[in-house]
Design a protein around this ligand. Sequence first.
Ligand code: HEM
Length: 509
Amino acid sequence: MLWDLYRTFESDPFLFLIGAAGCILLLSKIYFSTKGGLRNSLRKPPGPKGWPLIGNLLDMPKSHQYLTYMEWRKKYGDVIGVNVCGQPIVILNSRQAVHDLLVKRSAIYSNRPQMEVLNKWGGWDWTLAFMQGSEEMHRQRRLLNQCLNKGMIARYHTTIQNEALDFCLRLMKSPERHEELIDRMSGANIMSISYGHQLGEETDENVERIHAVFAQLIKLGNAGSHIVDMFPALSALPSWCFGLDFAKTMKRLASLMDASLTVPYFQGLREIVSQDSGTAKTPSMLHTLIEAHRQDDSSVAHERSIQSVLSIAYLVAAKTLVTMSTFFLAMMVYPEAQRKAQAEIDSLLKGERLPTFEDRKSLPYVEATMNEVLRWKPTLPLGLAHQSTEDDVYNGMFIPAGTTIFPNTWACLHEEADFPDPGAFKPERYMDGAKFKQGSILAKDFVFGYGRRACSGKHLADAIVWMNITLVLAIFDISLPVGKSGSPIMPDLNHKYGATTMYVPSRCP
Ligand code: HEM
């Protein structure tokens, strides 16, 4: 077991020493955490037994965590408790538990676990998604809400529609570049909506920078799983103590993050100034925020917050991309659903025009198809972790303040009782004859997260995904790729780390 532990902390002896220091911190953490009276008199959420000191470190799955947690549910129930090196973790495996804690008790379940490594060394301390509760966190959520609330999205409809059309035209010319084109489409939407900046034909330095950020993140492995995230006191050491490669990665990440905040922001400002002297203004979040804060001059005081909320949009655009990939995959594997959605669009548009946002209410089967795309393979099957800020008792189980909470969104949307044959793609689940079934459990109430930390871009993402799905269905036939022998190739339907495998549509008009 010690050997396993040693390997977990990498094969670097120096790191092992740091691990030993961590153990001392851990012992003191355990000592203090076992002193409380109420804490010990109530039962803990059940879970696998674990080892002294390291708790369930060795039980934690390395991939497809959401499936392992669903398996654990058979033995332990909807609310599972584990402990990794003294850090309590609770996994919520049902709609009821997620709703009861993350929505109804949102006031005390809306913190984020401390991301010491990314925040302290990686330049992510301004990034809302990983920010702990603070005045800055509330300010950034307010700023995002100001430009991305439901009522504001109509401003961006023209941009979204134009970018979707551009995507389809490019796809028509080069269907084999589908993945790259989806990537371009989501980058183009976000750059235009955030900064009013149009992508040219050349590669865009801002989009490239985001790819570089993700490349550095991949080098780091799972966010939050570094030894310093488990024992934040270790962050007092210089970063090179954890290896020169690590220090280099962190330095590069921090400089990329700084440039991600400032470069497109100043480019956007310059474009607004040049538009002021003549051409029509492109509606953008930057424009909205500058206008809104012009009078009270707070745009200067909160410039870094504004830069940060604009950059988050294009940091998270990748999720829109994965949703579109899942859509293509579903349409290839379930041609019946595709035909039905196309028939609905054709009967409304009669081949005379392309769909617009005004058609949304008249296309219930397309709506059901989009819901099923979001449900079938949710992009973030475990959402983003929350953290509790106060001691709490749920169904007689004690959940201490500081517990990391994982909502198992996959489990919520793959519950046999709610979604019979949950692994199958069936838009009919949401249909009542030719109408959208009232009272359906909507995937979008889950995939965008919960309570006070729910996704700030959900209305925008919803509009981008709907328009692209609908336009693609109106224009293309999507079918399985064909192998050399002429027979169709069945794609791998595995959902790996939140991403789906995408296959080339073999037939486009
Ligand atoms: C299909 C696309 C998207 C999906 C599935 C998605 C999903 C999510 C989820 C699950 C969370 C965590 C919520 C929680 O902690 O309970 C989140 C957070 C967030 N998302 Fe999205 N998102 C998408 C697109 C976007 C877009 C386009 C934006 C643009 C602004 C955005 C902005 C954010 C922000 C700022 C947060 C952090 C909120 C906070 O921590 O307070 N997302 N998203």
